[in-house]
Design a protein around this ligand. Structure first.
Ligand code: ZN
Length: 346
């Protein structure tokens, strides 16, 4: 494949059956390690496409197709950058590597698997996601995290005419839900506070029966801000449940996906380098934000502690019908990647 043709040392990492992460690296002596990352999956096809989503169709400056923008265009620019460096025999110090990972649009298992490899120790990651650093999508300096509480309430069944002899799991679950506003949310100077939203509840009979329900389960989504962790949020829920003095027994669990939040220092070397390169190439200063859109950086930076830069071609309706990438964005993006790679590794 292309990475091998370019002389990279490549590796296939089977994360799920027939769903591998692909890695490639180029090493030139001792120095820092810079990693470029993209995801190979897309969101499902939605209704409303004017063209075949699986065929690239060019209309003027727009290249339409599923995943064209999110994020095949960014991966193409990354390969362009690697090819430019290899073909021109440009030297650098250290390691330039690339990964194409699975599952970003779902559970993020590809990024989690990458942290089990030696790439966990790279000095910075550039995510080739569609973040053009303009008003449409500024570069994130931090991203919220989220978790999904999976709460099981175990009561005691009894005949419905003598409910006092049982413990009604549905009513006890209702008690917890009515008190969710007592969860303790930390305040973050940019994000403010996180939040919660109950997404699902199930309990009671399948077929009508006069029985006090012994079991109820519900799921609550919670956003956390930098400073809060998934583990801390679980303890917070356990504390809340305990404070209610319920008669049932309650198990506070979480289920995938889980994403840790993170915040970066704007003085971080990859960000400072990016700022200068962007200003030079685009002729304007990049814009920054604190973002609520989850990406694989929640794993790389939030869990792995690796500084992450999001930079990629301008968005054209991602996650919608008729997704496209503006082709005019590919040359400047490839150039910025090249300058960032050589700047970081010299
Ligand atoms: Zn994406």
């Amino acid at each position: 494949m292309e990475l091998e043709r370019l002389g990279l040392e490549t590796e296939e990492h089977m994360v799920h059956p027939d769903r591998p992460n692909i890695y490639g690296k180029l090493r030139m002596g001792d120095g820092k390690r810079l990693h470029f990352n993209g995801h190979t999956d897309t969101v499902p096809v939605v209704d409303g496409w004017d063209t075949d989503p699986f065929e690239p169709v060019q209309k003027g400056d727009r290249l339409h197709g599923l995943g064209r923008c999110d994020m095949k265009a960014g991966i193409a620019c990354t390969l362009n950058m690697i090819r430019a460096i290899v073909d021109s025999d440009t030297e650098f110090k250290g390691e330039l590597s690339f990964s194409a990972v699975i599952d970003e649009e779902a559970m993020g298992d590809g990024a989690v698997a990458l942290l089990d490899t030696d790439y966990r120790n790279v000095d910075a990651v550039v995510l080739a996601e569609p973040y053009p650093a303009d008003e449409s999508k500024p570069v994130p300096l931090g991203i919220v995290g989220k978790l999904l509480y999976d709460i099981h309430v175990y009561g005691t069944a009894a005949h419905d005419f003598t409910p006092e002899q049982g413990v009604n799991a549905v009513e006890e679950a209702g008690e917890i839900l009515a008190n969710l506003d007592k969860l303790e949310f930390q305040e973050h100077h940019k994000f403010g506070k996180g939040n919660y939203s109950t997404l699902k509840i199930e309990g009671g009979y399948d077929i009508y029966s006069v029985l006090v329900p012994a079991y109820c389960r519900f799921e609550v989504n919670r956003l956390i801000v930098p400073g809060e962790t998934v583990e801390g949020a679980v303890k917070d829920m356990e504390k809340l449940v305990e404070s209610l003095g319920l008669k049932s027994s309650v198990a506070v669990k979480i289920k995938p996906p889980r994403y840790e939040s993170f915040e970066m220092d704007p003085e971080e070397s990859i960000l400072k380098l990016f700022h200068g390169v962007y200003t030079d190439v685009m002729g304007i200063e990049p814009l920054y934000m604190y973002s609520k859109s989850i990406t694989d950086a929640n794993t790389f930076a939030g869990v792995g502690g690796i500084p992450c830069l999001h930079l990629g071609p301008k968005r054209g309706d991602t996650h919608k019908a008729n997704e496209y990438v503006p082709l005019s964005w590919l040359p400047p993006c490839s150039e910025m990647y090249t300058r960032i790679a050589l700047g970081f590794l010299n």
